[in-house]
Design a protein. Structure first.
Length: 327
């Protein structure tokens, strides 16, 4: 924990439970325990470190050729990702996996599709050192940043040790902790405002729970708190022509056959803004993504009406953040 002198509250709110919430979906009805809980309205961060991290997030000096920043692949005005199947790094190099959103990433129990980073601080190493992303190393990053006197001065003010790789990682992670998007229509609904979402969305939420979607997509981030095999009921990869190393998921980290094709369940907050979907970007819209998950994970063939209802519910998960453009 940070000392209290370094903590600051971005807003005020008591909703911090990790799983489940006593929510009154319809005014006047008995309160029920829901699988999804509202996002916290308040978070505690070190504001100086977060402000420094924001500067670094947009700084291409973190890349080997000075052309790619974190914001290149994680566009804050467009859902926190880049809307591409694969992102492109230095020299136009194409990545091998779909870029996840940075919004609400602080609520995930691990980072990246394969869970290869335990914390936001660990995750910073990934893109910086990856040869097809930022293609740099920490000596080069520190050398580039040290040429900016104003930035060095900020590091020396915020960190006793000044500009170091740890300080860069900590600042970027602290900034990402501010990227929480509360007050979605669905959060408002959970807190008791019955007319916050449409009847179609309410019906979609009922289907979402009754069909079993919420067995993996639950909690504050509507996911992001467990691993699951892609293709529980039907083989997702059976018709895929070229299975790549990225398709092996968590197996690449553990070497255990049980983890082949297993991925961190993505959070569904702001999912309407983050197409294309899945680790391979294979679904270009929510309708096709919902149909695919129903079939491969649950063994269900949804009707058009059922699909539209679930999609309507998913649209209500779009929250608010000063960086996030109005949709």
């Amino acid at each position: 924990m940070l000392p209290k002198s370094l903590k600051a509250v971005f807003a005020i709110g008591p909703f911090l439970a990790a799983f489940g919430t006593l929510a009154q979906g319809v005014l006047g009805e008995e309160k029920l325990r829901e699988p999804i809980s509202p996002l916290p309205i308040s978070i505690e961060v070190d504001t100086e470190r977060a402000d420094l991290g924001r500067l670094l997030f947009f700084d291409p000096s973190l890349s080997g050729d000075g052309t790619v920043s974190c914001s290149t692949c994680h566009v804050l005005e467009a859902g926190g990702d880049d809307g591409l199947v694969h992102s492109f790094g230095v020299d136009g190099s194409e990545g091998v996996i779909n870029a996840p959103t940075v919004y609400n990433a602080a609520l995930n129990f691990a980072q990246l599709w394969d869970g290869s980073a335990e914390t936001l601080e660990d995750q910073v190493n990934g893109p910086i050192l990856n040869p097809v992303e930022m293609a740099s190393d920490w000596n080069r990053v520190l050398a580039s940043l040290s040429k900016k006197p104003d930035l060095v001065e900020v590091f020396e003010r915020v960190y006793p040790e000044g500009l170091t790789a740890d300080a860069v990682r900590q600042s970027l992670a602290e900034f990402q902790r501010t990227l929480v998007t509360p007050n979605s229509p669905f959060d408002t609904y959970l807190r008791g405002q019955a007319d916050a979402i449409s009847q179609q969305a309410k019906d979609g939420y009922v289907l979402f729970k009754s069909y079993g979607c919420s067995s993996c997509h639950q909690g504050r981030n509507v996911g992001g708190n467990m691993y699951e095999k892609l293709g529980v009921v039907h083989n997702y990869f059976s018709g895929k022509e070229d299975i790549t190393e990225a398709d092996y998921g968590r197996f690449n980290q553990t070497g255990l056959e049980a983890h082949r094709f297993e991925f961190k369940v993505p959070g569904l907050r702001n999912v309407a803004l983050t197409a294309p979907y899945f680790h391979d970007g294979s679904s270009s819209d929510l309708q096709s993504a919902v149909l695919a998950m129903a079939w491969y994970q649950l063994g269900r063939k949804l009707t058009e009406e059922e699909t539209n209802k679930i999609v309507a519910f998913l649209f209500t998960l779009t929250g608010k953040h000063p960086e996030l453009a109005e949709q």
